[in-house]
Ligand binder design. Structure first.
Ligand code: ATP
Ligand code: MG
Length: 458
């Protein structure tokens, strides 16, 4: 069977033509061949060539030397990046991360032999669509199987990233690990442990783009990878919950993450939202059931170091921590003031995230839920929209008086009293938005100042 060259962008053929004009051959190879054969969208079309790196720079003087020591350059055509890599042979790895030396070859089959999985080790001759598939990659694509090229244990022992990619592909492709490939992970975890936190985070985020990221995280759990990168999550494995939940803590986290509609970082928050449950579980003699008091607060404390450890950006850490902290709410005919207070507490910019997380949390409680289980969330959404449309003050910046007004009113320099006073006023306005007028607020401020609960004055 020939490879269907029709979806290949014209720029790829023109790059191949430029190489040919200098006497070099090139093949389409790697993830793009895999994805095209699966009829999935192709992200990047990559080429492998027998042109050595110095020749690549002569053929493409405008190339960006993205990884020249590994033989890779990037060429930009029509605003699209194309990676062109010199054929490489097998090499030794002594640090479990990078090859000690890179040696270049002129044989495509030698290059395919150093690739990680059979489905990623298929090359296509762009001249005629001939497929070079020495490791049975097409057979494994058809069987939806991830199988290491060559001896899985040896391949995983040389480069720790491969096992993580294996888990990620299980999710993104919805494939299974072949038995020997699966069995080779546990014995090579010491190599996996050397993978940088950044790479772990990147693979997590890639897995989060799958329909069911849980496929990757189940592989990570079964094989011991998760015990290295996030042991906190394992505490919930097999931990029974209460009558509201059909699943144990771990399975619920998986179901919630899969049900969560949103960007990858939001799904990381879904994965971690109940990480505080194992450490807060207690049996209630009154209800004769398990309770998890404060698991949202404890969870936020547990999740902060996890996010920093995995080198999420400060904004991402803050977002994940806030979502874990505020994920727990049960709307039940709240007053307008209660809705305003909730918005103030969680932050207006987190509302949409919390709605998505809450829906996923509900959907993740059982294999299937009743339609009315989502009613409280729908009611909260309507109520929040109404309250926001009223334009009531939600932060001290929205108050009709500012710090300068208060300093002038009381003839005092700025100090802690000022923030405390503004907070009091915001609280008063949250309860009664009609107070948010300059004169009424100044009156209220004077009453507070002379009252017994006078905020700390200088
Ligand atoms: P994606 O782009 O979706 O992450 P991909 O398979 O294209 O998947 P890349 O990182 O773009 O991944 O790598 C391109 C190709 O390089 C892979 O298809 C594979 O053949 C090879 N490769 C990548 N990483 C490794 C590795 N750690 N060990 C061996 N071969 C690898
Ligand atoms: Mg790729």
């Amino acid at each position: 069977m020939r490879f269907d060259l029709r979806p290949v962008p014209p720029a790829v053929f023109s790059l191949v033509g430029q190489l040919a004009a200098h006497g070099h051959r090139a093949w389409i190879v790697g993830g793009c061949v895999r994805d095209a054969l699966l009829q999935r969208p192709v992200a990047d079309w990559d080429l492998a060539t027998d042109a050595p790196p110095d020749a690549l720079l002569r053929v493409f003087p405008d190339a960006i030397p993205t990884g020249l020591q590994h033989g890779t350059v990037t060429v930009v055509r029509d605003h699209t990046h194309y990676e062109i890599t010199t054929l490489r042979g097998e090499t030794t790895y002594s640090d479990g991360r990078r090859p000690d030396t890179v040696h270049f070859v002129d044989d495509i089959t030698a290059d395919l032999a150093r690739r990680d999985f059979t489905i990623n080790a298929i090359a296509v001759d762009p001249a005629n669509g001939d497929v070079i598939d020495p490791h049975g990659g097409r057979r494994d694509l058809a069987a939806r199987t991830i199988r290491a090229v060559g001896d899985a244990r040896a391949r995983f022992a040389e480069d720790g990233l491969r096992v993580l990619r294996a888990a990620r592909f299980c999710a993104t492709l919805d494939f299974d690990l072949e038995a020997a490939t699966h069995a080779a992970i546990a014995p090579t975890l010491s190599t996996f442990a050397k993978v940088s936190a950044e790479r772990v985070r990147e693979e997590w985020l890639k897995a989060m783009r799958a329909r069911r990221p849980s496929r990757a995280f189940e592989v990570m759990r079964e094989t011991g990878m998760l015990g290295i990168t996030c042991p906190e999550l394992l505490e919930g494995v097999g931990m029974q919950q209460n009558k509201w939940h059909r699943f144990d803590v771990w399975t619920h986290a998986m179901a919630c993450m899969d049900a969560c509609v949103g960007d990858p970082v939001l799904r990381v928050a879904a994965l971690l939202h109940d990480v505080g449950k194992p450490r807060t579980r207690a049996f209630s003699d009154k209800t004769k059931d398990w309770t998890f008091y404060d698991h949202d607060r404890v969870g936020a404390e547990i999740v902060a170091p996890i996010c920093h450890r995995l080198k999420f950006s400060n904004d991402e850490c803050a977002r994940i921590e806030a979502l874990v902290r505020h994920h727990l709410f049960h709307y039940d005919q709240w007053s307008d003031a209660a809705v305003r207070r909730w918005i103030r507490r969680v932050g207006k910019h987190r509302i949409e995230d919390l709605f998505a997380l809450n829906e996923a949390d509900t959907r993740g409680k059982a294999p299937s839920i009743e339609a009315e289980d989502l009613d409280p969330l729908a009611q909260l959404k309507t109520h929040v929209a109404r309250v926001l449309a009223q334009g009531a003050a939600l932060s001290v910046r929205d108050l009709a008086v500012g710090g300068h007004d208060l300093m002038r009113q009381f003839g005092r320099p700025p100090g802690p009293w000022l923030g405390a006073m503004l907070d009091h006023l915001l609280e008063a306005v949250t309860n009664d938005p009609t107070l948010n007028e300059r004169d009424r607020l100044l009156q209220q401020a004077c009453a507070l100042d002379s009252g017994r609960d006078r905020p700390n004055s200088p």
